[in-house]
Design a protein around this ligand. Structure first.
Ligand SMILES: Nc1ncnc2c1ncn2[C@@H]1O[C@H](COP(=O)(O)OP(=O)(O)OP(=O)(O)O)[C@@H](O)[C@H]1O
Ligand SMILES: [Mg+2]
Length: 284
């Protein structure tokens, strides 16, 4: 398993800045989620990690290895990064059996037949699809297809796994079930995971660390409880929680993170010990 480290990652498409110089790390065995609205640069960040996009600037490390650093002319191609990736669209081949869908990636890596049979069976067991090896992908439900794509990503023992909204095509009940299953499996394997979603409840229940993004930048990163209870900006508060925003006037404040006393517009009521004051109408 390996840690992931991203420094100053920048990616433009023409004149548009998709990722505007972000820094984060995913410690070994941790589940780190990139959370943010559509177009904020989540997929682009993930694709840079996987080696499917070349960054314009910055550095990416997987374990001790620098896999991308344009300034030093360092570029490691995707197949040499030992990273597994699971997409929203499943991306399973309909004309292949479940077995062949998983075996394909192993054959490409030059692994022998008996080893392929062994690893394919092991990963099918792992994702709960033991009896499905000979079925065609078209004969599977959406949830089962997603498990095939998970098995395929895990089959060659990657040190890092990347997920791009893997559950958003599933119905609500299955999505909740798969959230649990995914995190259990990730913990059992001790694999480092970088997960992308725009679903705040998914991020809150699954992650060790949440990284909130908007317009290609990181607005806040931290443990789910901290992001939820102490949003550093109005955007994060709005995006992460079901919030009630009260317009108040700050009557007294002790330091940046200290106690504040705020009066509501209708007077009388006071709020003490606000963790942080942000976006306060008429206040400081
Ligand atoms: N291949 C591309 N060519 C041009 N622009 C692109 C390309 N890929 C992404 N972009 C642009 O970069 C920005 C970030 O896109 P990205 O796909 O990373 O967003 P996202 O956070 O994954 O959004 P979503 O939640 O909708 O998937 C967007 O403005 C998008 O239009
Ligand atoms: Mg995306």
């Amino acid at each position: 398993m390996a840690r992931v480290e991203v420094r100053g990652l920048t990616k433009h498409f023409g004149s548009e800045v998709a990722v505007a110089g972000i820094d984060f790390s995913a410690p070994e065995g941790h589940f780190v989620t990139l959370l943010g609205p559509s177009g904020c640069g989540k997929t682009t960040t993930l694709r840079c990690l996987a080696g499917l996009e070349r960054p314009d600037a910055g550095e990416i490390y997987i374990g001790d290895q620098c896999v991308a650093a344009p300034r030093q002319n360092i570029w490691v191609p995707p197949e040499k990064r030992n990273i597994g990736m699971v997409f929203q669209s499943y991306a399973v081949w309909p004309h292949l059996t479940v077995f062949d869908n998983i075996a394909y990636g192993l054959r490409v890596r030059g692994i022998g037949r008996s080893e392929i049979a062994k690893r394919t069976q092991e990963t099918l067991d792992l994702v709960g699809l033991s009896g499905f090896a000979d079925r065609y992908a078209t004969q599977l439900s959406g949830g089962q297809q997603q498990r095939v794509s998970l098995a395929r990503a895990l089959a060659y023992n990657p040190s890092v796994i990347l997920f791009d909204e893997p559950l958003s095509n599933l119905d609500a009940k299955l999505r909740e079930h798969m959230r649990l299953e995914l995190t259990r499996l990730q913990q059992r394997l001790g694999i480092t995971a970088v997960y992308v979603t725009h679903d705040q409840s998914e991020a809150l229940v699954m992650s060790d660390t949440i990284i909130v993004m908007n317009h290609g930048r990181i607005l806040q990163q931290g443990a789910p409880e901290a992001i939820y209870a102490e949003p550093a900006s109005r955007f994060v508060a709005d995006f992460v929680g079901v919030t009630n925003l009260l317009p108040v006037r700050v009557a007294e404040a002790a330091g940046a993170t200290g106690v504040a006393v705020a009066e509501t517009a209708w007077g009388g009521a006071a709020v003490h010990s606000m963790p942080r004051a942000y976006g306060v109408a008429g206040g400081t």
